[in-house]
Design a protein around this ligand. Sequence first.
Ligand code: ARG
Length: 461
Amino acid sequence: GALSLWGGRFAGGPSDALAALSLSTHFDWRLARHDIAGSRAHARVLHAAGLLTADELAAMLAGLDRLEQDVVAGEFTPVAADEDVHTALERGLVERVGADLGGRLRAGRSRNDQIATLIRMYLREQARIIAAGILEVVDALVSQATTHLGVAMPGRTHLQHAQPVLLSHHLLAHCWALSRDVDRLRDWDARAARSPYGAGALAGSSLGLDPAAVAAELGFDGPSENSIDATASRDVVAEFSFATTMLAVDLSRIAEEVVLWATKEFSFVTLDDAYSTGSSIMPQKKNPDVAELTRGKAGRLIGDHTGLLATLKALPLAYNRDLQEDKEPVFDAVDTLLLLLPAVSGMLATMVFDTERLESLAPQGFSLATDVAEWLVRQRVPFRVAHEVAGACVRECEGRGIELAELSDDDLAAISDELGPEVRSVLTVAGSIASRSAVGGTSPERVAEQLDALAVTVDRQ
Ligand code: ARG
């Protein structure tokens, strides 16, 4: 029969309804290897405290090794009566080393400090994998930016033509956001690196067990400072959830641009066949599904994050079973991102830009009007006046259906005495872009600096 973790004070077993509700092995089984690692460390501190003999420790560790092999091989799996990963693995250990020895491991630990430790171990491991995936996306954007150094495009605000910028500058803007997503996961790790093991159910252990030894063995910087906080807090999980949600939101902004860029109207990019889908009815279609799913799945992560915060809101200390609900949202976030990141990096790496089109659109929509105004400012015209004059140029051009550079000397002089023919020196895309040379600007030398800085960021990993 099933091995229950509590028999003593109960006359009967759980109802089917409770057992079904309580079950978590279908999602927490992914923590099995971390649970076994925790059990090894716990067995060692039990031995150090004189609660397991050397022989018992050796038998226990051998049993845990066998159990781990069977778990990895898929030969040991939870059964319906195992409430959670901890229950299942205790059964597995007892089956391998006997009830007398197997029943000693639970001394001085609770599933409350176990689960709080395991979720941290798991998320710390996944954070590194996700960070590597983000860097692949950064790499794809950096190589596109490097290939197209010098290509101009229409920079937009409100989705309207604003000022010409380098395509590389635009692509690197996304890279900086993604590099902060990596930084966020890295900063988070310092806070996640405290081990709750040893906190017990909430009050700590009376058995002389050393939480610092467990923490060190499990790769933490040290044990949690407060056993109640250790078992009841989930801000570490919530912060991970935010970092992954922010990442998904950043990816969705790239994705949305790809969707637009791939339209007939924009025609900025052609997606590689390997990252496009067709239509079952319309033979001509080539759809940006990777980008659309990226956009869509950002909504899913926002839902995960929101749900987790709602679970945590107003929970009294210390452990409450509500906390079991912390896992599925972050597991879903992890699974989603591990699907998404390689697809996004592949799509971006293989996308082909129509650079001629980007260049030809860059000056359209009077995007050099600000350059006219700033040229006037350099001639000591007050900006209020300069703005008006440049606006009058735009109005004149719009009325006649011409571009700013097509205004004749007479046209310019008629608009303002201040507008000499020399203003044409700034009425080129290249001149405009080169002039924006302060730190962070779109001029070619500043963009080259960004590429160098990003290379350092990426190498730091
Ligand atoms: N499965 C639980 C969780 O994920 C851990 C077990 C704690 N259960 C309990 N009744 N104290 O949070």
